[in-house]
Design a protein around this ligand. Structure first.
Ligand code: GLY
Ligand code: MN
Ligand code: MN
Length: 501
């Protein structure tokens, strides 16, 4: 039950604040990309080269392709966003940065657009020389044999296939023991964002916040989840987003408990919550923000209790985010708050129980954010030494602090409480993991009736956070998350669509 409602004036102040947070992204100059290439070169071994091909045009069905999106690291090093391209970087050579791109289109641009001529590409992207992509194999071939060390994305199957073709037999990658994983150098670089990247991410976050606000204003019982999805994506594109950072998750009622729910086809009913996990992509950079709101505009008492607990967890845990701390320290804090709160609600019998913690908090509360929504390729150790233990045995390994935070790092913080219908069935499976049967049965006797009262509720709040010199900045702070603020926004109508239509 609400005791206080902000006035129309306060609502206007919120709207004004949101608008005044509106950011303008910087212009990308080729210097940014040149600086990144120099940083890469400084880590490469003498006499080596790095090779990368653009992302492929992916076939969707028949002769129709998905919209093209450049490989994140290709863009990161070159600024070039178009397909059928490649580059070679060879330190300390006269031509250090060589680009390959489609320089002519025999159809005169009728089917596909020609983006740049060779000379133009050299000028715009700072290449020392540029060739038509058709020459790539011919120019790569002798270099592949003469360089002692070749850096490549070792997950890039088309490039591996090309190497194999050049060598003429399948065993090239094994026989060339000088192959190194380029991602090991790039991932560390991509982790700390420069000012250009931060300006793009702020823009993506700003657009995503606006979409959340419009969805809050527009949602009403009887609408389908896909109607909210459509509104969100309309707001993205209308505000200059280049697309989606990931498929929008709009999960009402029990659907909120499926972390990567994407069907978005249920009718939303009064009394349910709807979880929206959405992210615009702006000039290749991702936002990733979640809000969970009541379909009819008012949280019920039960929903409010769960929601306040997630809110408390995110508020307390984000205080842990500052340079010098490990990324998992905030995760542990959030799970502590959640476990203690669930204990007070009667959903946990022992807040220190590892298996109960495991049952309720089953994913790490953060992931890096940047060109990719789950940034930096997920290589082992991505989040610090032993990070996989935190995923495999979540909330248990307190000694693993994770990668030490430094200014410029950007990541999400996204605690949640998920109480799926029939969720208690999952707890019996813990017997196979060594939890004594009598403990599980005692838990089910005590917690079962309370759980069944709350089941079907799923709440996540997700913010995007930048580590600064002396702490952190919640880049999504302009998007309200308190119950009062959300309920008041929901009283307004959308600027994009009218509730009365
Ligand atoms: N939207 C995917 C995630 O939150 O990780
Ligand atoms: Mn996320
Ligand atoms: Mn998300």
């Amino acid at each position: 039950m609400k005791t206080w409602k902000p006035s129309a004036l306060l609502i206007m102040i919120w709207a004004f604040l949101l608008m005044s947070f509106s950011v303008n992204a910087q212009e990308a100059s080729s210097d940014f990309f040149q600086k990144r290439r120099q940083q890469l070169i400084s880590q490469m071994e003498d006499g080596s080269m790095a090779v990368m091909m653009s992302a492929e045009r992916k076939r969707r069905n028949a002769d129709i392709t998905y919209p093209f999106r450049q490989r994140s690291s290709f863009y990161y090093l070159t600024g070039y966003k178009y397909p059928e391209s490649a580059f070679i970087i060879q330190p300390n050579q006269e031509k250090e940065f060589i680009m390959f791109l489609p320089s002519k289109d025999s159809t005169g641009g009728i089917w596909h657009q020609k983006e740049y001529g060779l000379k133009e590409a050299m000028k715009v992207f700072g290449a020392d020389t540029a060739y038509d992509i058709e020459k790539f194999e011919k120019i790569l071939r002798p270099k592949l044999w003469s360089k002692s060390i070749v850096y490549m994305d070792t997950n890039d199957q088309p490039l591996k296939d090309l190497f194999n073709t050049i060598q003429g037999k399948k065993a090239l990658l094994n026989s060339l023991n000088g192959i190194r994983n380029l991602n090991n150098l790039l991932d560390d670089m991509r982790l700390q964002k420069d000012s250009l990247e931060i300006s793009y991410m702020k823009k993506a976050i700003d657009i995503t916040s606006q979409a959340h606000l419009e969805a809050m204003k527009d949602v009403q019982p009887g609408m389908y989840e896909y109607e909210l999805e459509a509104l969100v994506e309309y707001v993205f594109l209308k505000n200059g987003a280049s697309g989606l950072a990931f498929a929008s998750i709009v999960g009402s009622g029990n659907n909120a408990n499926t972390l990567h729910y994407m069907k978005n086809d249920s009718k939303m009913r009064s009394g349910e919550l709807v979880l929206m996990d959405i992210g615009a992509e702006y000039n290749m950079y991702a936002a990733d923000l979640t809000r969970t709101i009541p379909v009819d505009g008012n949280f019920s008492r039960k929903q409010e209790r769960i929601y306040q607990l997630v809110l408390k967890a995110i508020q307390k845990a984000t205080r842990e985010l500052e340079p010098g701390k490990g990324i998992f320290e905030a995760h542990y804090k959030a799970t502590d708050v959640i476990m203690m709160g669930l204990y007070e609600l009667g959903l946990v019998t022992d807040p220190d129980s590892k298996w109960q913690r495991n049952f309720y908090t089953h994913y790490p509360a953060s992931h890096w954010l940047g060109l990719d929504v789950h940034d930096m390729g997920f290589r082992k150790g991505n989040y610090g030494e032993g990070d996989y233990k935190v995923y495999q045995e979540p909330g248990i390994k307190r000694d693993i602090k994770g990668r030490i935070l430094k200014p410029g790092m950007v990541f999400t913080f996204e605690p949640g409480i998920y109480l799926p219908e029939n969720g208690l069935d999952r707890i019996r499976a813990l017997k196979e993991k060594g939890v004594p049967a009598e403990k599980i049965e005692a838990f089910l006797d005590e917690v079962g009736p309370v759980y069944r009262k709350y089941q079907g509720i799923g709440v996540r709040i997700e913010e995007d956070v930048l580590i600064t010199e002396d702490g952190h900045e919640v880049l999504s702070k302009q998007l309200p998350r308190s119950i009062d603020a959300i309920e008041n926004i929901m009283d307004q109508s959308s600027d994009y669509l009218s509730k009365d239509q």
